[in-house]
Design a protein around this ligand. Structure first.
Ligand code: BGC
Length: 754
């Protein structure tokens, strides 16, 4: 087992010890541990195994009376946690049953709180596009308040999987392709959910997932094999997990995949060696849905007992939805494959979490109907949803300055058209994850569609607006196209709402073709015929490719799946009430054949400078550059960068280097810019990425205003995992890049002296 180099490890462990909520109040932690031990001493083996068993509620209807079976198992002490249960009253029934058992151990309720709970925010990938950590933290605070008021104690979030493959449906749940941005987002989400005190009933325990490597499924096929070097694992995949651990996430979730041949749930390397021993993290690890049982399907365990022994021994604690521990753990103990002490340790972690959440002191503290009534869907939450959606949108193109639409714009008649102009399927604006949100009375009036808000807003400004409802099957058939032809004839501007269906993204929603489905491109061609000014608004969960639109459509706005307030936020951006400031957290390729395409790649020995150049690394039939690079996004103003300076041209190893740049707003309107800092280690001991994000700051500038932004490059940021798996910096030349995206940058350099 290779270790993190000593000074960093020490610093990290100390910081972690003091920062972690589990250990922030030493006396109460001592008291919790005392109570855990007292309880543990009274428990039978069956009761212990019951605490390690997590069982699904009924997520399909959300209204069932707690199933007799579920209830009798709770009464028999066979269940420690219930997940994905949506009915509030039933949770009270279940909790009563748990509290009525011999030892009265309360249940803990877990739920996938992915982008809001009742108030639906933009999908996580969209939120990451805001690069606004305070906003993301606030969203999770709201989600925790709502979920907590509805009886949930434990959020299966944040999902921090770095992903480079848009074919993978779960790209939408993460923060994109970059470990630095991903780490900042992970911390913000943990802070938002857990606050500074897990003991409050307005906070939820987080569950960082999916540990680890899940985002690198081969071919982008969900659940597929992951095989990568330890160096890539540590450099790209693990940083957001480590950041979340350091921020105090109470729990972790295993991943479904194998990593280098070992199912992640039974990976001692991941769970014990790295997470628990190297990082010193003390929380609970839960499996993913039946991922203990699936070790048998992977062919890495022979039966339930073997799977139980291997997963528990790896350091994983709780079995989600598989019943593997229930069937196999006792046998594993009896046959000597696990020890009583190992089982006790896992049970301790479950009990400790329940104590920390205050569930022993008051098992119903998250189940107060009055608080529920007063909390869910507060108007102020909707305002936050609107702000978040507007801040997440990314303007990719604005040729001729079509946007923003103002009373001075040279258009009169506007047509809003396309499958996502006014979709009646709420999930189209909210994603697959809202299926289980526990709102059986979901009605589409809760969602503001683009047509609803944009139409009235533009009409109030004096435009004549027609919404043409077509493409109800989302694909646009021939009849839709002929309607579109007529509808757009007399308009001066067409707003075409295209993209992908909400139910086509998320878990188990991998696709092999990331272009616009059906006849959506033809619809764009019809709208833009004769060079008619056209705005394409994209409703998407992942990078999609739309080469024709890139060339021919004047304005392109990425609106993502933006939740309840999609339409209002879109109106805010289109009319300039909000100046777009989103930046892509993931590369948009030109074609699916380029995948994986990411900005922080290594150089080859034969980098390509132009398409088709022989004997270089590239394609004969496609450029190797993306359609839109990581970090990219336009504003209604422009920003210039000048005076890039590095504080020391020859810093010594161990010194911090300061990098400053002046940013000026050159346009006529105020705007926000995400100033991004990248480095390149020019001659290290191994090949290093051509660029690596090492800092960013989102700033607001009025017209003609300038600001100097200063970044600190610490020794840690100049270090990397080398061939011997030591985390260290090499002396030598470094390049520094600063700009508003990963491609268009100013450049400086320094030399790190031995
Ligand atoms: C997903 C997890 C989720 C769990 C519980 C699994 O299928 O991979 O992300 O938390 O289900 O719903």
């Amino acid at each position: 087992m290779k270790k993190i180099s000593a000074p960093f490890f020490l610093l990290f462990s100390l910081a972690f010890f003091f920062a972690h909520p589990l250990f922030s109040q030493k006396t109460s932690v001592k008291e919790i541990d005392r109570r855990v031990e007292e309880l543990l001493a009274k428990m039978t083996l069956d009761e212990k195994i019951g605490q390690l068993n997590q069982v699904p509620g009924d997520i399909s209807t959300g209204t069932d009376v707690a199933k007799d079976d579920l209830l009798s198992q709770i009464k028999a002490g066979k269940i420690g946690s219930v997940l994905s249960h949506t009915n509030f009253d039933n949770k009270i029934v279940m909790q009563r049953a748990a509290v009525g058992t011999r030892l009265g151990i309360p249940l803990i309720f877990g739920f996938d709180v992915i982008h809001g709970y009742k108030t639906i925010f933009p999908i996580p990938l969209a939120q990451a596009a805001s690069w606004d950590m305070a906003m993301i933290e606030n969203i999770e605070r709201i989600a925790a308040e709502e979920a907590g008021a509805d009886g949930q104690n434990w959020a299966f979030a944040p999902m921090v999987d770095i992903a480079r493959d848009p074919r993978w449906g779960r790209v939408m749940e993460g923060a994109g392709e970059d470990p630095f941005l991903g780490s900042r987002v992970a911390e913000a989400r943990v802070r938002g959910f857990q606050g500074d005190d897990l003991g409050k009933n307005t906070t939820l325990a987080t569950c960082v997932k999916h540990y680890a490597g899940y985002g690198f499924a081969e071919g982008g096929r969900d659940y597929n094999t992951v095989d990568m070097s330890e160096q890539r694992l540590r450099e790209i995949v693990l940083p957001p997990f480590q950041a979340a651990a350091k921020a105090g996430s109470a729990t972790f979730m295993n991943a479904f995949n194998t990593l280098n041949g070992v199912p992640a749930s039974m990976s001692k390397h991941l769970v014990t060696d790295i997470l628990r021993n190297e990082w010193g993290w003390k929380g609970l690890v839960v499996s993913d849905w039946n991922s203990f049982g699936e070790t048998i399907v992977h062919g890495a365990a022979s039966d339930d007992a073997d799977a139980s022994a291997k997963c528990l021994s790896a350091g994983s604690d709780m079995d989600m939805a598989g019943g593997t521990f229930l069937r196999g753990l006792k046998k594993a103990l009896e046959s000597g494959r696990v020890t009583q002490a190992q089982i006790d340790n896992a049970v301790r972690r479950v009990l400790r979490l329940k104590f920390m959440l205050g569930l022993f002191d008051d098992p119903f503290r998250y189940l107060d109907p009055k608080r529920r009534e007063a909390t869910l869907e507060k108007p102020e939450y909707r305002l936050a949803a609107r702000e978040a959606a507007a801040k997440s949108m990314v303007l990719l193109k604005n040729d001729g300055g079509i946007l923003p639409l103002t009373p001075e714009s040279p258009f009169k008649n506007i047509t809003i058209i396309g499958p996502y102009a006014d979709s009646r399927d709420h999930k189209d604006y909210m994603s697959f994850w809202t299926l289980g949100i526990g709102n059986p009375d979901y009605d589409t009036t809760k969602i503001v569609t683009p047509a609803m808000s944009l139409k009235s807003t533009l009409e109030e400004m004096g435009f004549q607006v027609t919404v043409t409802e077509i493409c109800l099957d989302a694909a646009c058939n021939e009849k839709d196209l002929s309607v579109a032809m007529k509808a757009t004839t007399s308009s001066d501007l067409v707003i075409v709402c295209v993209g992908e269906r909400g139910i086509d993204c998320g878990e188990s929603r991998s696709i092999s073709d990331i272009s616009l489905k059906g006849n959506q491109e033809t619809l764009l061609r019809i709208a833009a015929r004769g060079n008619k000014p056209t705005l394409m608004v994209l409703f998407n969960s992942r990078p999609l490719v739309f080469p024709w639109a890139d060339e021919n459509v004047q304005s392109i706005l990425v609106a993502w799946q933006s939740g309840y307030e999609t339409g209002n936020a879109l109106a805010d951006v289109v009319t300039g009430k909000v100046n777009p400031s989103g930046k892509l957290p993931i590369t948009f390729p030109r074609s699916v054949g380029q995948v994986p395409l990411y900005y922080n790649h290594l150089n080859t020995g034969r980098p390509q400078s132009q398409m088709g150049q022989m004997w270089t690394s590239g394609y004969l039939d496609a450029p190797s550059t993306p359609a839109y690079p990581f970090g990219y996004g336009l504003s209604y103003t422009t920003f210039s960068y000048s005076n890039l300076t590095v504080s020391k041209s020859q810093p010594k190893m161990g010194e911090t280097v300061e990098v400053s740049v002046n940013v000026t707003n050159r346009g006529n309107v105020a705007g926000e810019e995400v100033v991004q800092l990248y480095i390149h280690d020019v001659a290290a001991d191994i090949a290093r990425p051509v660029k690596e994000l090492k800092g960013f700051e989102k700033i607001k500038l009025n017209p003609a205003e300038s600001r100097t932004v200063t970044f600190k490059l610490t020794p840690e940021e100049l270090s990397y995992w080398n061939a011997d798996l030591k985390f260290k910096a090499d002396p030598g030349k470094f390049k520094v890049f600063v700009g508003g995206n990963s491609r268009d940058v100013k450049e400086a350099e320094f030399e790190l002296m031995p």
